[in-house]
Design a protein around this ligand. Sequence first.
Ligand SMILES: [Zn+2]
Length: 94
Amino acid sequence: MNPLSNPNVLFLIVLAVVTLGYTWSCAVYPYRPCRSCRGIGAFRSPLLRAIRLCRRCGGTGRTLRAGRRAYNSCLRARRSYRDLRDRDRRDENR
Ligand SMILES: [Zn+2]
């Protein structure tokens, strides 16, 4: 029997391909245009037509994508755990 004929196996394969594709795309393209200023990074003030930087993106016009934010958060958590573990080991050896 061909395992691809089972719809559950096919669904899991499609899910894995989509997940890997999104992970790859977040690694290659970590930024997306800012939702507030649409990637411009600045606004025109309505009164004096002065240029004001976008508060959401700080004037860069881009923000991190959700997948990249999650990855960075995992990285920070892992790093802080590792630092705490190393510190505890160092204290035990004294
Ligand atoms: Zn912005």
